[in-house]
Design a protein around this ligand. Structure first.
Ligand SMILES: *Cc1c(COP(=O)(O)O)cnc(C)c1O
Length: 400
């Protein structure tokens, strides 16, 4: 049988069976559902997207996969070339992997070895944020800070070599003051913390972080697995504040095939580029640079520019503000909006019990978690579709 994610298998309700997916809609045997969360935020251009599907089919007719150890191919070369020229600054060195969690592991290993290669073995500690989520593999869990996901790690007691801080500048400065000579990196989900509860914070925090990282020689890592490709309203937050290492996943292939990339800048790459074999990055996921995934990703990246995603997201944000800003209910703690993300945080998780079925009956697929009712819509929605998603949310509070 299938063991489903984040579920108590004994009590979980039957999942909806999807028999087709097209554009912004998921189809079951009986009904169609407007998708409000883009399949965990990844299917940003909609399902069965024609250009991406065509790129996959074309490549599949040649070959689907060859390993990247000792081999290379056009799809991976075209994608890495495109990313190098398209991404900001000197973020030019692309290490591919099969999921966001693995790409985060690679980023953390790069940051550690960056210092080991320079003989600075005391730089063992990672600075991260309260409520951070960086994936479900072990080091990603360790730098994460969400007991709702990773409470099992508490059996290990204190988490050595990881320090968590809140998103205020005073705490940031205090942490650098105290830990700067043991830090190898500061990893953040920039501006928008997704799985930790759609928490939003100010760009000034990241600008100060960049300064402090420069002052103390600490590498700055942006985990833009969720925020990348327009979600915050920026193409990447990295366009505004430049990190040393950028992690992309989810929307990279338009959500059509799992793939991710850890992109390093020249400074990081140079610390590995040497005659000494032991200074190499000893890492290599079996399916890194998968040809189908690379072909899909190249088509998806081209689509980002062609659809002018930033102006679409600006429009989505404007409509979201119009529909949700100021919406209140005694059970609502806060309404937060940024780019293509909206979140209604309630005081008590019970308030959202039954919402998924309610949304289903109103033709919308949603998946609130804990105290968060949110949308992360595909960018291709019409205005009416977007308005419908928010009217279902508001109706839930009116009728309940
Ligand atoms: C989803 C997510 C990950 C993990 O990506 P997977 O592909 O699920 O392994 C890492 N970081 C952030 C910010 C994410 O949202």
């Amino acid at each position: 049988m299938i063991w489903y994610p984040y579920e108590q298998m004994k009590t979980m309700k039957k999942p909806y069976e999807i028999i087709a997916a097209e554009g912004a809609y998921l189809y079951t045997q009986d009904t169609k559902l407007l998708d409000s969360i883009s399949s965990w935020w990844s299917v940003i251009y909609g399902y069965h997207q024609p250009e991406i599907t065509e790129a996959i089919c074309k490549q599949a007719a040649k070959f689907s996969h060859v390993m990247l150890g000792g081999l290379t191919h056009k799809p991976v070369e075209e994608l890495s070339g495109k990313l190098a020229s398209w991404l900001p600054g000197d973020l030019d060195y692309c290490f591919f992997s099969d999921s966001g969690s693995v790409a985060v592991e690679v980023a953390l290993k790069m940051a550690l070895q960056y210092y080991v290669n320079r003989g600075e073995n005391h730089r063992k500690t990672v600075l991260a944020l309260h409520h951070a989520y960086h994936g479900d593999t072990f080091k990603a869990m360790a730098v994460g800070d969400d007991e709702d996901y990773h409470f099992v790690l508490q059996v290990y007691g204190d988490n050595p070599y990881v320090v968590h801080i809140p998103t205020d500048i005073a705490s940031l400065e205090a942490a650098f003051d105290r830990y700067h000579d043991e830090l190898n990196c500061f990893i953040v989900e920039p501006l928008l913390q997704g799985a930790g509860g759609m928490r939003m914070y100010d760009i000034a925090f990241l600008k100060r972080a960049r300064e402090l990282c420069d002052t103390y020689g600490v590498l700055l890592i942006f985990d833009e697995v969720a925020t990348g490709f327009g979600r915050t309203g920026h193409r990447f937050v990295a366009d505004v504040v430049l990190p040393d290492i950028l992690v992309l996943g989810k929307g990279l292939t338009g959500g059509h095939i799992g793939h991710a990339v850890t992109v390093a800048n020249q400074k990081v790459f140079a610390a590995f580029y040497d005659d000494a074999p032991e200074k190499a990055l000893m890492h290599g996921p079996t399916f890194m640079g998968n040809a189908l995934a690379c072909a899909a990703a190249k088509a998806a990246v081209d689509l980002f520019d062609r659809l002018d995603v930033p102006s679409r997201v600006a429009h989505i944000e404007e409509l979201t503000q119009r529909e949700l800003a100021g919406f209140t209910d005694p059970r609502i703690r806060e309404v937060r909006i940024m780019g293509g993300c909206a979140c209604i945080e309630v005081y008590d998780a019970e308030t959202l019990a039954g919402y998924q079925q309610f949304a289903y009956e109103h033709g919308v697929f949603a998946r609130p978690f804990l105290k968060y009712l949110y949308s992360m819509v595909p960018y291709i929605l019409t205005d009416d579709e977007l308005v419908h998603i928010f009217s279902v949310m508001k109706e839930w509070f009116r009728q309940g």
